[in-house]
Design a protein around this ligand. Structure first.
Ligand SMILES: Nc1ncnc2c1ncn2[C@@H]1O[C@H](COP(=O)(O)OP(=O)(O)OP(=O)(O)O)[C@@H](O)[C@H]1O
Ligand SMILES: [Mg+2]
Length: 174
C-alpha cells in the first residue's frame, strides 16, 4: 500500500506540465518524475525523433526504470502521454488544457517549426490527451484543468494539493 498517491500531469507540449509539477513537488514535498529525464538517464529509447522533438521510447525499459520509484508512491509524473502506465500505479490523472492562442504563443517562443507547431495545436483542439486519459483510466480519477494564466496555475496547484492531503487522510493506515 502506498503512503502517498501518484499523480500524472499530462497534456499537449507547452500546456504547462513541468511548471505545474515543479511547483507542486516543492509545495507538497512530492517527487517530480520528469519522464523525459528518466528516458534520457536510463537510455529507455531507440534514439531521438527530430520531427516529433521527442525520444522514441522503449516503453518496457521505461516502466522498469520507473517501477521502483512509483511503487513507493508520492510521484508527480510529468509526461505528454498517459496510456503506458499500469492503472494500479495511478491515483489521479490531471489533463491540462490551454487556449489555442496561448499555446501558439508558447510554442512559437520555443522556435518550434511551423509543422510541429500546427500538429500540437491540432492535438490540443482535438483533445487527444483527454481522449487518451479516458481510454486508459476510470473517469472518476481524471480531472481536466485550464492552464491559460498564472492564476489558473495557482488555482490548479491549490486544488491538487487539497486533493493530495485528502487522499492521505482517506488512506491513512490505522
Ligand atoms: N498556466 C500558465 N500560465 C502562463 N504561462 C504558462 C502556464 N503554464 C505554462 N506556462 C508557460 O508556458 C511555457 C511552457 O510550459 P511548460 O514547459 O511547463 O510546458 P510543458 O507542458 O512541460 O511542455 P513540454 O511537454 O514540452 O515539456 C513556459 O514558458 C511556461 O512558463
Ligand atoms: Mg515539460
Amino acid at each position: 500500500m502506498r503512503q502517498s498517491p501518484n499523480i500524472i500531469i499530462t497534456g499537449t507540449p507547452g500546456v504547462g506540465k513541468t511548471t505545474h509539477c515543479e511547483t507542486l513537488a516543492e509545495r507538497i514535498g512530492a517527487r517530480h518524475v520528469s519522464v523525459n529525464q528518466v528516458v534520457k538517464d536510463n537510455e529507455c529509447h531507440e534514439g531521438w525523433d527530430d520531427e516529433y522533438q521527442s525520444w522514441i521510447v522503449d516503453e518496457d525499459k521505461l516502466l522498469d526504470a520507473l517501477e521502483k520509484d512509483v511503487k513507493d508512491g508520492g510521484c508527480i509524473i510529468d509526461w505528454h502521454a498517459c496510456d503506458l502506465f499500469p492503472r494500479s500505479w495511478i491515483d489521479l490523472v490531471v489533463v491540462l488544457r490551454v487556449d489555442s492562442t496561448n499555446l501558439y504563443d508558447r510554442l512559437k517562443a520555443r522556435n518550434y517549426p511551423e509543422a510541429k507547431l500546427q500538429e500540437n495545436l491540432d492535438a490540443e483542439i482535438m483533445e487527444v490527451l483527454l481522449d487518451e486519459a479516458r481510454e486508459s483510466y476510470d473517469e472518476e480519477i481524471i480531472v481536466e484543468l485550464r492552464s491559460d494564466s498564472t492564476e489558473d496555475m495557482e488555482a490548479n496547484v491549490d486544488r491538487i494539493e487539497a486533493w493530495w492531503k485528502q487522499w492521505k487522510e482517506d488512506n491513512r493506515s490505522s
